[in-house]
Design a protein around this ligand. Structure first.
Ligand SMILES: O=C(O)C(=O)C[C@]1(C(=O)O)C=C[C@@H](O)C=C1
Length: 123
């Protein structure tokens, strides 16, 4: 059957590995961790796609880094952590801060590449 869903959605749809509470040995644990990592790669690849879109859409290089939006993202992640039982301070905040820094660096690279001299369509 043709499955037209985006890779990220397909990746997170079903868990094959045992639930954490049902793990009996490290093989079970690592099966679960490897599965989660594949899902995270699919999700972060999709997030990266939005950085490509942002680099295309933002006409002013000075707004690639947006401190107000960074704080907004962190506040929303903090609220989601409370709902889903993930530690914001110990795990999510440092991970998201680093991810956003990497995303910003990536967005700058794409922004510059899109507008490099000799590129066909300038915005
Ligand atoms: O929301 C934006 O403006 C983005 O480009 C995305 C993003 C992010 O990684 O979430 C990246 C750069 C900005 O500084 C803020 C947020």
């Amino acid at each position: 059957m043709d499955d037209a869903r985006p890779a990220a959605l397909k990746a997170v749809k079903t868990f094959q590995a045992p639930d954490p509470d049902d793990c009996r040995d490290m093989t079970d644990v690592r099966q679960g961790v490897d599965e989660i990592d594949r899902m995270l790669v699919a999700l972060i690849a999709r997030r990266q796609g939005y950085m490509d879109a942002a680099a295309r859409i933002k006409t002013d290089r000075n707004v690639v880094r947006d401190e107000k939006r960074i704080n907004d993202v962190l506040a929303k992640v903090k609220a989601e952590c409370a709902r889903q039982g993930l530690s914001f301070e110990a795990i999510a905040e440092p991970v998201w801060r680093e991810m956003m820094e990497r995303c910003i660096a990536y967005e700058f690279e794409v922004w510059d590449e899109l507008r490099a001299p000799g590129k066909a369509s300038q915005t």
